[in-house]
Write a protein that binds this ligand. Structure first.
Ligand code: UDP
Length: 360
């Protein structure tokens, strides 16, 4: 791992929809962890601010009490900005304001209005890593204001995500990076398919369940049940589907069991900003069958490390599953190593920070 020539003091502010380690923060939790480790390995000094009960080993963590934010993806386009009484988000940013002189740069991981709104009032620069595509008008407006007033400070995970915003050309694509040593290659899978993610309507689990029922292959499901009514509806609609809900697992266990799958199915209804689980699967040698929509279209090499299929078409998922033997599991692992290592991510982040700090 190359040591940085200019070690920085960096304050990373986590999402405020859940504690780190709870799974409620979705992909942001692993993204934050990976970024913290990538930067620490290069000699940067990292502090993370996160809600109470957060757990993250090996990084200096400041936990802050308060009420959690609700998740943005459950609201409509015209949803107003809301903050609960004793908001943890507000409390985290009060901490940031007070301690900013100790840092070179602050990095915001929350898809929330407040950190963007307060950006001009801070002395230190703030880099914003936007974790989702366009969801509400109020968010679009506040992110655009920051993009225009502080050029270069907005980053995203894919071009597809950037394109959901009118200010796409102001967004820097940093993709994502993973500690690939934690993911073991599995050459011989079991007779099972996998689906991994928050169980919530925008993730489209029902299509994967329908496909598994048609092909008769067991579908293992891992992830937090964020929307219980949605999950119950799937169980009611597909009582005979060969599905097995296996809970929310830590990375070490998830990669072991995911690795034993013939393929990962990604069936999002929304424009997935990136799709961490795609890289986690590839790193284990598991090909990805994904809807041709959002981040996965920039990850999956169609016909080599997976199949990209017409969105919302269960029949296309079924035909892709029947062609899995044409894909090459070692090529999946090789792609993860070539494009999505912590080192590759570290290079992209350092270049982003350097560009921001040059303008200050
Ligand atoms: N995840 C996990 N354990 C599980 C299931 C999922 O740690 O049992 C994590 C997974 O590693 C990934 C995240 O949940 O980082 C899902 O992120 P993704 O980017 O795929 O989707 P998001 O939830 O952000 O929409």
């Amino acid at each position: 791992m190359p040591q940085s020539r200019h070690p920085l003091k960096l304050l990373l502010l986590s999402t405020s929809v859940g504690a780190l380690g709870s799974g409620l923060g979705g992909g942001v939790e692993l993204t934050l962890k990976n970024i913290a480790h990538a930067l620490q390995q290069r000699g940067h000094q990292i502090t993370i601010v996160a809600p109470s009960n957060s757990v993250l080993e090996g990084v200096f963590l400041v936990t802050i009490a308060g009420e959690l934010q609700t998740t943005a993806q459950t609201q409509g386009r015209d949803a107003p900005i809301t903050l609960p009484n004793d908001s943890v988000l507000a409390n985290m940013w009060a901490y940031a304001r007070q301690h900013q002189p100790d840092y070179d740069l602050l990095i915001n991981f929350a898809y929330d209005w407040l950190p963007f709104y307060v950006t001009p009032f801070f002395d230190r620069p703030i880099a914003h890593l936007v974790s989702m595509g366009s969801l509400t008008d109020a968010m679009d407006q506040v992110i655009e204001q920051v993009a225009l007033e502080f050029p270069g400070t907005i980053a995203v995970h894919s071009h597809a995500q950037a394109k959901t915003f009118e200010f796409a050309d102001q967004c820097r694509n940093v993709q994502n990076g993973f500690d690939l040593s934690l993911y073991k290659f599995c050459a011989r899978p079991k007779h099972q398919l996998a689906w991994v993610g928050r169980i919530a309507p925008e993730k489209g689990l029902e299509d994967a369940v329908a496909a598994a029922q048609i092909v008769g292959t067991p579908l293992k499901i891992w992830g937090v049940i964020q929307d219980t009514a949605y999950w119950n509806q799937i169980c009611a609609d597909y009582p005979d589907a060969p599905i097995d809900y296996c809970g929310f697992l830590p990375t070490s266990e998830l990669q072991h069991r995911l690795g034993q799958s013939q393929a990962l199915l990604m069936t999002p209804r929304w424009i997935e900003a990136f799709g961490n689980v795609a890289i986690e699967a590839l790193a284990c040698g598991v090909p990805v069958i994904a809807y041709r929509r959002g981040g996965p279209t920039e990850i999956v090499r169609d016909g080599e490390t997976g199949w990209l299929v017409e969105p919302d078409r269960v029949d296309e998922l079924v035909s892709a599953i029947s062609k899995l033997d044409r894909l090459d599991r070692p090529a999946c692992r090789r792609q993860a190593e070539a494009e999505y290592s912590l080192d590759a991510m570290g290079d992209r982040l350092e270049a982003w920070f350097e560009a921001i700090l040059k303008r200050v």
